[in-house]
Design a protein around this ligand. Structure first.
Ligand code: NAD
Ligand code: UDP
Length: 339
């Protein structure tokens, strides 16, 4: 079975993907600098699967260390999660984001080229779409200029990978445009463990419910949506993890660079998420309505037909599942991996 290098594999989506890879029989080498994660996530992946992976602590900007990873392990393909993802922080320290996400990705593909490894799955984001597009968003719609530096790094890396694949037919690259990953593995053993105050809706909701934060601020209730609050396409992290396995399979038989949306195709509002969370978990989430957050769009959800048809992938989990699983992880690990 193939040997997969997973950059950023100790993180939220990476750890869930490592678990699915191991369960499917792949060998896994994780390369992560642990700047936003804990190695404990990988210990738990090993105990959940009963299988071992190789962990190497390192930075994707370190070309010497990357070369030795490829020299010491017979890598067949790379799944590239490593990067920084905090939208607000990316506005404060743009160079840090350009360096980690853009320069780091360039270092990685250079090392891949030196090692003659040409299969890559890249974590992109729905944020690359032009804001003028009307949902459901499909992959043929134009990309735009993301309103923040984090999104900008995703767009730039997508574009440079597209150009790279045009220059050399051996490259086979999947750009997975994630919508809003939430949820956790059903065991409640691994999940999202944000440092500091969460930027994203789901960890904020669970931290209010568990008593770590006083109340949720809902950013705007005057959008042109079902109830005035923002609408997004929430996707269970296990479904998202499995999309990477499907993309790996697809890339074994195809060359070039292609984008796929990874979402459920269903939009849910912030109030629907909060209310459903309360219903399925039997807990209250205190909230207030706050002003709109700068850079937010009213509605964003996927047309996921391309992924379903071409990757042979189907999302299995609904919003109730996502919210139950997020809550189970939060309850079992009120302080994330720092217990
Ligand atoms: P995460 O922060 O949990 O995981 C990222 C991992 O990369 C962490 O373990 C971190 O330590 C590691 N890392 C960061 N910089 C590194 C570097 N220079 N060298 C080596 N390792 C490094 O984030 P996540 O939510 O699992 O996201 C994974 C990927 O998916 C990221 O590229 C992110 O931008 C992208 N993405 C995430 C979302 C989301 O909402 N979570 C949405 C769209 C795209
Ligand atoms: N949101 C909110 N309060 C929060 C965090 C997010 O009301 O504390 C809203 C946000 O305005 C958006 C939705 O929840 O409509 C999802 O936001 P998130 O940051 O999770 O993901 P985004 O789609 O912005 O990447």
């Amino acid at each position: 079975m193939a040997n997969i290098l997973v950059t950023g594999g100790a993180g939220y989506i990476g750890s869930h993907t490592c678990l699915e890879l191991l369960n499917a029989g792949y060998d896994v080498v994780v390369y992560d600098n642990l700047s936003n994660s804990a190695q404990e996530s990988l210990n738990r992946v090993e105990s959940l699967t009963g299988k071992k992976l190789t962990f190497i602590q390192g930075d994707i900007r370190d070309s010497v260390a990357l070369d030795s990873v490829f020299a010491e392990h017979q890598i067949d393909a790379v799944i590239h999660f490593a990067g920084l993802k905090a939208v607000g922080e990316s506005q404060q320290v743009p160079l840090t984001y350009f360096d980690n996400n853009i320069a780091g990705s360039i270092q990685l593909v250079q090392a891949m080229q030196r090692a003659q490894v040409f299969n890559l799955v890249f974590s992109s984001s729905a944020t690359v779409y032009d804001e003028a597009n009307v949902s459901p968003l499909n992959e043929d719609m134009p990309t735009g200029m993301p309103s923040n530096n984090y999104g900008y790094t995703k767009l730039i890396v997508e574009q440079l990978l597209q150009k790279l694949s045009l220059s050399d037919q051996r490259w086979s690259i999947a750009l997975l445009r994630y919508f809003n990953p939430v949820g956790a593995h059903q065991s409640g053993q691994i999940g999202e463990d944000p440092q500091g105050i969460p930027n994203n809706l789901m960890p904020f909701v669970t931290q209010v419910a568990v008593g770590r934060r006083e109340k949720l601020s809902i950013f705007g209730d005057d959008y042109d949506t079902v109830d005035g609050t923002g609408v997004r396409d929430y996707i269970h992290v296990v479904d998202l993890a499995n999309a990477h396995l499907c993309a790996l399979q697809n890339r074994l038989n195809h060359n070039g660079c292609r984008a796929w949306n990874i979402g459920t195709g269903k939009g849910k509002s912030v109030l629907q998420v909060k209310n459903t969370f309360e219903q399925v978990n039997g807990v209250k989430v205190a909230f207030e309505i706050s002003p709109r957050r700068e850079g937010d769009v009213a509605t964003s959800f996927a047309n996921n037909v391309r992924a379903i048809e071409e990757l042979n992938w189907t999302p299995k989990y609904n919003l109730e599942d996502m919210l139950k699983d997020s809550w189970r992880w939060q309850q079992q690990n009120p302080n994330g991996y720092r217990d």
